[in-house]
Design a protein around this ligand. Structure first.
Ligand code: PLP
Length: 376
């Protein structure tokens, strides 16, 4: 694409970035570069260090998050590369309800004597910053997975900066279409590109983004030496998915709000968590720092505590005929799962169902869920 004279909106950037230079007769898409080695003497020598298909993807995600991006083999590879840079016995403050893999990783590293960590209620800004006083890194997620708690990103990131510690935001749930943490003061952003960025549940990938060249240098080195690199085909698929990110987010969050509102007035449903609902405790904050509310809705069905709640949720999932009972999120299809099936879901109620709302016709999704609820 040729260079436009005015800055483009995000909806246009997702379409136009990461393309080869314009020249008559050349391809408009960045090719998938299947080569592990390069002729000596150029900028790239070996594809564990760089690859043109990655570079196209990094240019695109970097611009969307307003920083510089490095891509990885998965979200966990991106997260590990950031945490690996910390000195031995560094302390990390992390949300008690953040993605289970992040807390599991921290626990493993702590068992090995590598780091210290503390899990906190991220909605309590004052308490979080108290924990940060002797910490090295503040890890944030907003909304959290799967409880959808919203924290004050601006206050926490600026508080962390005043204390001289690094703030990191896992922006997987929101995506840069809805929330740009670097603009709210974060030092680093991480993503599981497996989810919304790629958007079709067919690829694993991860990203780290920062404006600080020393951080980019550190995570680039971790990627080369750790070796958790993205395949060129995966880079192509993620970039291809990003072309429709704006449309997918718009449609799936429109569906999510309708479904959350209907679930809220459904007699067989007890709790509905969605930041777009005015009943959500973080609704006002989310309205200020997000440009939308995302497309994940968590809810519980009525039916008592513990075993009964678990059984009710599992029966609902078994009753689905159109939506899919599967883990993960951020694809075009609507997925539901009982989140407590997994370990490290310490704070998650036993019967909580996490729903990743897709882009299908909302009435088809609702008919399926409503039918399964009637069957309880
Ligand atoms: C918020 C969040 N961060 C990170 C990850 C890890 O990403 P990946 O599965 O690509 O390693 C996940 C995966 O579910 C996630 O939900």
């Amino acid at each position: 694409m040729s260079n436009p004279s005015t800055p483009l909106n995000l909806e246009s950037l997702v379409v136009s970035l990461g393309r080869p230079p314009v020249a008559p007769g050349t391809a408009i898409n960045t090719p998938v570069e299947f080569s592990s080695i390069y002729h000596h003497g150029g900028e790239i020598a070996y594809s564990r260090d760089s690859n043109q298909t990655w570079e196209a993807l990094e240019e695109t995600i970097g611009a969307l998050e307003a920083g510089k991006a490095r891509v990885f083999a998965s979200g966990m590879a991106a997260i590990s590369s950031v945490i690996d840079t910390l000195a031995p016995r560094s302390k990390i403050v992390v949300p008690e309800d953040s993605y289970n893999g992040t807390r599991h990783l921290l626990s493993e590293l702590s068992n090995m004597g590598r780091i210290n960590w503390v899990a906190v209620d991220i909605t309590d800004t004052h308490a979080v910053l108290e924990h940060c006083k002797d910490a090295d890194m503040l890890w944030l997620e907003s909304p959290t997975n799967p409880l959808l708690n919203v924290c004050d990103l601006r206050a926490l990131c600026s508080g962390a900066r005043e204390l001289g510690i690094t703030s990191v935001v896992d922006n997987t749930f929101a995506t840069p279409m809805i929330q740009r943490p670097l603009e709210l003061g974060a030092d680093l952003v991480v993503h599981s590109a497996t989810k919304y960025l790629s958007g079709h549940s067919d690829v694993l990938g991860g990203v780290v983004i920062s404006r600080d060249p020393s951080w980019i240098e550190r995570v680039t080195l971790r990627r080369s030496l750790g070796g958790a690199v993205l395949g060129p085909m995966e880079a192509f698929l993620i970039l291809r998915g990003i072309r429709t990110l704006a449309l997918r987010m718009e449609k799936s969050q429109e569906n999510a709000l309708i479904l959350a509102q209907r679930l809220e007035s459904e007699s067989k449903v007890s709790t509905v968590r969605y930041p777009g609902l005015t009943s959500h405790p973080g609704h006002e904050l989310a309205s200020k720092q997000m440009n939308g509310f995302g497309a994940i809705v968590s809810f519980e069905v009525l039916g008592g505590k513990d075993q009964k709640a678990k059984d009710g949720a599992e029966r609902l999932l078994a009753g689905l005929k159109f939506c899919t009972d599967a883990t993960s999120l951020g694809g075009v299809e609507t997925l539901l799962e009982r989140r407590k099936r997994w370990s490290w879901e310490d704070k998650t109620p036993r019967g909580l169902i996490r729903m990743s709302v897709g882009i299908e016709h909302v009435e088809d999704i609702w008919a399926d869920i409503h039918g399964a609820l009637q069957g309880l």
